[in-house]
Design a protein around this ligand. Structure first.
Ligand code: BGC
Length: 734
């Protein structure tokens, strides 16, 4: 009896649930496909509601449509962690106490890891943090190319090579989006300097645009399926890039079929007609025309708010423009905050710290290592003298929009103390900079002479000195909103190193920066140099892991470090090329960015792209291709046997570059086409197989507006860096 009653009640329950499900309006029914739901939602919206959906209601949100239960969209920087909560109407921090995140290493470090699997873990982890913090769009990653070392924001990007950045951006994006959080790849496009970023008008050839500056964006869209893209502040051929007929309408939404949202950079919209017609979908951060410099009316006066509404009502702009934008916003919402199945996210977990630590370990680059200076085993010295402000300075705050408020940031000094014990580590600051204040240069509050004296005094009796210097994240260093003013190390670091060397030659230098710095004043005088990065929460742990040899060094330079500034292609052409005259600049080095310049013009870099040492050595067998001749839709399968010839385990990054024998146009001597990072035990051998699609050997033909692979002989080289060829194989394309 009881059983029958139970069954009866269950059946009634089920039929009520079913009939309720049947009554769900189409736009809320998640058994239906997204496009059907988008059209239904669109049909229910008033024009005013549509307008509200495409511009900000606060610094970091749009309002959704409360009447229909369509949620607000919340966004956050990006890309190295989830930024602390910001006030509704101002840039001031909101002062929450539950928003201290995990800081992951800067994207330059991820690039130096040459490890797409790590990029995937990084994306997934930072996406989990964003989801936990109820963000729907994470404003990152950045994939503007490292054109020259003066750009204040290079640390947020993935280096100088389009193939490297493309290979890493895809798994990062997929990782973030696996959480139901949209990545927002930025800054589209040609935002390669901070100086005059709001108005500088870039002139660049189509060939350089397609070969160098667009591929990582294209990969994010086509291979990564990214759901949003952020426009840039600068202009290109006379028009602001955020609402750019060619970039946004023709290339992004035309050639690449992008179905997501184009979001402004904060305040990068400039005109209602252009925004309406040239593919901008969401306007954020505008202060409009200055008449509305205030908080309450600003949002209504956005270019895509009242002004757009009025023009639509008067028939001055077509309704199809707003409908296309709203469709895209709705699509993004169905993928994110209207997807009821998305995971819940997690925050500052052990797993996230572990990802941060491993990215740091794999990104640190060993540049020079005479007399086996590194690794420093626990019993090698009785005491290690650590010198330099960057051994203790917090490097997660500052730097502009990517600055982070963290639960923990372990400094290199603390990491070394934890690894070697407090008794073994002594510290002297040696030099000091000022406090980091965005867009202000601050005076150093320190007595430079006294700091230097103390360090030199301690160095006299030290067995070994580890110098931690480089840049920091203050204005005019590695920081948004300004470019560096010099290639040199700031704050008297050269003089300090020089003074220390007079009393102690056993000095290892660790440069922490997001840009190449002039290392010539000390590189030949010290036995060892490491390039480190802004490593985030686990900075000190990753650093100690590599310094101690607990983990072998395996990072590779994601950009070339030139001997002198003018050895860099963009910088070699003077003001016209960089920084321009305040209005206009011409990318005169054209496709010869980074190592493409150094190798082709035969100007060796001090440390080339792809370069990095290890605590072991690797041997390369012959490089072989599966055929001698290929047709244009073939894939070239390459293989090479790698042996770990040393006494410790380690990772080798096999890099394949191509060069064409007799191109009908100028081509760089070498272009990266494939890489793989493998791990080998001492004595172990592995055959690495790499694939190079023949179509990737193409150059971009401006006149035909097409990628062209010529019938010719191509040399594929397995290299230790862009400048060091180890093995080669020639193939023919017919
Ligand atoms: C930056 C963006 C950032 C945005 C929001 C802008 O100043 O250029 O990268 O996402 O602010 O903070």
């Amino acid at each position: 009896m009881k059983k029958t009653l139970f069954l009866f009640i269950t059946l009634i329950g089920l039929s009520i649930t079913n009939s309720m499900a049947q009554k769900l309006p189409v736009y809320l029914d998640d058994t239906l496909d997204i496009e059907t739901r988008v059209e239904d939602a669109l049909s229910r919206l008033t024009l005013e509601e549509k307008i509200a959906m495409i511009h900000a209601q606060s610094k970091f949100s749009t309002p959704g449509v409360p009447r229909l239960g369509i949620p607000e969209i919340w966004m956050s920087d990006g890309p190295h962690g989830v930024r602390a909560e910001i006030s509704w109407d101002t840039w001031a921090y909101a002062g929450w106490t539950n928003d201290s995140c995990t800081a992951f290493p800067a994207l330059t470090c991820l690039a130096a890891s040459f490890n797409p699997q790590l990029a995937s873990e990084y994306g997934k982890a930072v996406g989990e943090e964003a989801r936990f913090r109820k963000k729907d769009i994470l404003l990152g990653p950045g994939v503007n190319m490292y054109r020259h070392p003066m750009n204040g924001r290079n640390f947020e990007y993935m280096g100088e090579d389009p193939y490297l950045a493309s290979t890493l951006v895809v798994p990062y994006v997929k990782g973030v989006q696996s959480n139901g959080v949209a990545a927002c790849v930025k800054h589209f496009a040609l935002n390669n300097q901070e100086l005059w970023r709001n108005q500088i008008d870039v002139e660049v050839s189509d060939r350089a645009l397609y070969e160098i500056y667009l591929p990582a964006f294209k990969a994010a869209v086509i291979d990564g399926g990214v759901w949003s893209i952020m426009g840039a502040y600068n202009k290109y051929r006379g028009q602001h890039t955020t609402h750019h007929k060619r970039l946004t309408n023709e290339i992004l939404k035309g050639e690449w079929n992008f179905d997501g949202c184009v979001v402004t950079d904060w305040g990068s919209a400039h005109d209602t007609d252009e925004a309406a017609l040239n593919g901008l979908d969401i306007e954020m951060g505008s202060w409009t025309n200055g008449l509305t410099w205030g908080e309450s009316f600003a949002y209504d006066n956005y270019f895509m708010a009242q002004p757009y509404l009025e023009k639509l009502k008067k028939g001055e702009l077509p309704m199809s423009t707003i409908d296309d934008k709203v469709r895209r916003v709705l699509r993004l919402q169905y993928r994110t905050n209207m997807n009821r199945n998305r995971p819940l996210g997690s925050f500052t977990t052990v797993e996230h710290y572990d990802v941060a630590r491993r990215v740091g370990q794999q990104g640190i680059v060993l540049l020079k290592n005479e007399k086996e200076f590194f690794p420093i085993a626990s019993n090698k010295y009785k005491k290690i003298l650590v010198v330099g402000e960057n051994a203790t300075r917090k490097l997660t705050p500052s730097g502009g929009s990517s600055e982070l408020k963290v639960k923990q940031e372990i400094s290199p000094l603390d990491g070394l103390i934890a690894r070697y014990g407090a008794d073994m580590i002594e510290y002297a600051m040696g030099y000091g900079s000022g406090p980091s204040i965005y867009e202000q240069v601050t005076e150093s509050p320190y007595d430079t002479e006294a700091l230097r004296k103390e360090a030199v005094e301690k160095a006299k009796t030290a067995e070994v000195v580890l110098f931690f210097g480089g840049l920091n994240k203050s204005h005019l260093q590695d920081c948004e909103g300004g470019d560096r003013t010099s290639y040199e190390l700031p704050f008297g670091q050269y003089e300090l190193i020089e003074e220390i060397l007079k009393v102690n030659k056993n000095v290892g230098v660790v440069i922490i920066s997001g840009n190449g710095v002039d290392m010539t004043p000390f590189v030949d005088k010290v036995p060892a140099v490491m390039q480190s990065w802004y490593l985030g929460s686990m900075a000190g742990v990753s650093t100690a892991d590599v310094i101690s040899g607990d983990v072998n060094a395996s990072g590779r330079m994601p950009f070339s470090v030139s001997r002198k500034l003018t050895d860099n292609g963009a910088m070699s052409y003077g003001e016209k090329s960089y920084p321009g005259d305040g209005d206009k600049q011409h990318y005169l080095e054209d496709i010869y960015v980074g190592y493409r310049w150094h190798t082709t013009k035969k100007i060796p870099a001090l440390f080339p792209f792809g370069y990095g040492l290890s605590y072991t050595t690797f041997g390369y067998g012959d490089l072989s291709a599966d055929k001698k001749e290929y047709s244009k839709d073939d894939v070239i399968n390459l293989s090479v046997e790698i042996t770990n010839n040393g006494k410790v385990a380690g990772c080798e990054t096999v890099q394949i570059y191509s060069s064409q024998a007799k191109p009908s146009v100028e081509r760089p001597i070498r272009e990266l086409k494939a890489f793989d990072k493998i791990y080998l035990q001492p004595g172990e051998k592995k055959t690495v197989t790499l694939t190079v699609p023949v179509e990737s050997l193409a150059y971009f033909d401006d006149a035909k507006h097409a990628w062209v692979v010529e019938n010719d002989t191509f040399t594929l080289s397995a290299c230790a860096s862009a400048e060091k060829v180890l093995k080669q194989v020639k193939i023919k394309v017919k």
